[in-house]
Design a protein around this ligand. Structure first.
Ligand SMILES: Cc1cc2nc3c(=O)[nH]c(=O)nc-3n(C[C@H](O)[C@H](O)[C@H](O)COP(=O)(O)OP(=O)(O)OC[C@H]3O[C@@H](n4cnc5c(N)ncnc54)[C@H](O)[C@@H]3O)c2cc1C
Length: 492
């Protein structure tokens, strides 16, 4: 007898999953037979870890040359290659595909993001997309919150009065909104203060809500992120003249990365080299030497200049000649481990927003991946849920263990089913993506370390989102790319 779907869900949630992720149900709903293509997706880290641990690699057996080398093919590296124009360049990317955190997947034929979900229509990413002829579709849907089994739409807009708390707590939410709206978002002192300090007067429920919001967006809980971000967020969300300028594509911001990669490849046939792990970047005479591991061998490329567009926890291991203060500044940028769990359901769930927050759960929020691709612009979305699972530092090691990742995926699915208001989602396929170092923490005082960390070193400039803005974002990554291209213009 085929196991009924309900039974399968219990099995998937509670039982040990014996094969790799994505975890997929068989067509009849039984979970036992996982498809041959099952896999655990995530960063390719083996060579990077060897490098971090002081591993010694042989000298290159072969050298090539070009005008510009770009290290890292995430949004920032791709944007740098695009801004550099018709430069004779090579972009080296560790993974099998470029895009970094901005990549897409599909479950049940529905495209989804494995990380970056949306851009701002008027920010650097939205403008670059328009320039490339790829305008995103408007999200137009303020976030909701699920707590105590109740979905509350638009919490910081009109939702506070509908929160499932006694009046005293709702008043605390309202007081928090009122007080943050009164603060000056341009007052630089708020960059050096922790958001938790501003939230202290409003009670534990308010902090609990922000402790879901902050790690998902800003890489740390409310006690580890700058207060200015809370002020900006409430102003964006609760001002009378507010506008939701968020926009995206089916599959999320991976669409923009793919477009950039296509343009770069059109200009430079061999310009993007994937599965190429950069080992060192050094200045040498009147140029730069970059070595990398590719196809089982160490290869070298000489160029007039280089842009290093990898996160700084990696960059500091690649540049032996970094001045001590700059190496230290790079070390002060911290990143949270993070999983994204895409859950395909048998049918769309109801009662949710584009992005719905779940304070106190194993995942912080979930985005309806089919929001802009669904026929009725969000109303009928909710078949594919992208669950965001920022982790604590101490959980990073668990990501190296496939079994523990499967347990985490199961825990997220269980929590999703338990938390959803009024109905149980019926998951039929689950994909988990893990990242050891995902979002840089938008910590108080971070901007000072960023300024030092991105200081050009002769012919080597530094890009990446971790020095582009206080908050990890596609636009920050693009702005950092633009600046890096300008900084090395004189050498190219
Ligand atoms: C889960 C999640 C959700 C997010 N949601 C949003 C969102 O909705 N909107 C938004 O604007 N931003 C979002 N962000 C942030 C945004 O994704 C990033 O800020 C942006 O994509 C960073 O791009 P990047 O190129 O700077 O870095 P990355 O994406 O980190 O790219 C760096 C690249 O360098 C490569 N690399 C690393 N080491 C080496 C090496 N030694 N050799 C060669 N290559 C190497 C990596 O493989 C990677 O491809 C999100 C981030 C995460 C993790």
């Amino acid at each position: 007898m085929p196991t009924p779907r309900r039974h399968f869900i219990r099995y998937l949630v509670a039982g040990p999953i014996s094969a790799g992720c994505p975890l997929r149900a068989a067509d009849d709903g039984t979970a036992a037979a996982l498809p041959a293509g099952s896999r655990m997706a995530g960063d390719t880290f083996a060579i990077g870890h060897r490098k971090r641990d002081g591993g010694v690699f042989p000298r290159p057996s072969r050298w090539t040359s070009c005008a510009l080398v770009i290290v890292g093919g995430g949004m920032s590296g791709l944007a740098a290659a695009y801004f550099a124009g018709n430069e004779d360049l090579v972009l080296l990317e560790n993974e099998a595909a470029p895009g970094g955190h901005a990549r897409s997947d599909a479950l049940g034929g529905i495209p989804c993001s494995i990380g970056t979900a949306y851009v701002g229509r008027n920010d650097a990413a939205g403008k670059l997309a328009a320039e490339l002829g790829l305008p995103p579709r408007a999200v137009a849907g303020w976030d909701g919150t699920v707590d105590r089994g109740v979905f509350t739409p638009d919490i910081w807009g009109g939702g506070i009065d509908a929160l499932p708390y006694e009046r005293r707590v709702r008043d605390q939410f309202a007081a928090c909104r009122r007080d943050l709206l009164r603060l000056d978002p341009d007052d630089a002192r708020h960059d050096d203060l922790a958001l938790a300090d501003l939230l202290a007067p409003y009670g534990p429920e308010v902090t609990r809500w922000w402790d879901a919001y902050c790690p998902s967006n800003w890489g740390a809980r409310a006690d580890g992120v700058a207060a200015s971000l809370g002020i900006e967020t409430v102003r964006w969300w609760a001002r009378p003249d507010r506008v939701d300028t968020r926009a995206t594509w089916p599959g999320g911001v991976g669409a923009l990365a793919e477009k950039l990669a296509a343009v770069v490849r059109e200009r430079h046939q061999e310009g993007i080299v994937t599965a190429a792990t950069v080992l060192s970047v050094t200045q040498s005479g009147d140029g730069v030497e970059v070595t990398y591991f590719h196809d089982g061998a160490v290869v070298g490329v000489r160029a007039r200049a280089a842009i290093v567009a990898v996160p700084k926890y990696m960059a500091r291991h690649l540049l032996p000649d970094l001045p001590a203060d700059q190496r230290e500044a790079m070390g002060r940028i911290t990143y949270n481990p993070y999983c994204v769990v895409n859950v395909l359901c048998a049918r769309p769930v109801r009662r949710h927003a584009f992005d719905t927050w779940f304070p106190g759960r194993r995942f912080t929020d979930c985005i309806a991946a089919d929001w802009v691709s669904s026929a009725r612009g969000g109303d009928d979305a909710g078949r594919l849920l992208t669950c965001y699972v920022p982790l604590a530092d101490g959980e990073r090691e668990a990501l190296l263990d496939d079994d523990r990742c499967r347990e985490l995926a199961s825990a997220v699915v269980a929590d999703l089913c338990a938390a959803w208001p009024g109905e149980k989602p019926e998951p039929v396929e689950v994909h988990l993506y893990r990242r050891g170092h995902a979002i840089h923490a938008s910590a108080p005082g971070l901007t000072r370390h960023q300024a030092l960390a991105r200081r050009p070193l002769g012919r080597i400039a530094f890009a990446h989102g971790d020095v582009g803005s206080l908050v990890a974002s596609s636009s920050g990554a693009i702005r950092a790319a633009r600046r890096a291209v300008d900084e090395i213009a004189v050498w190219r």
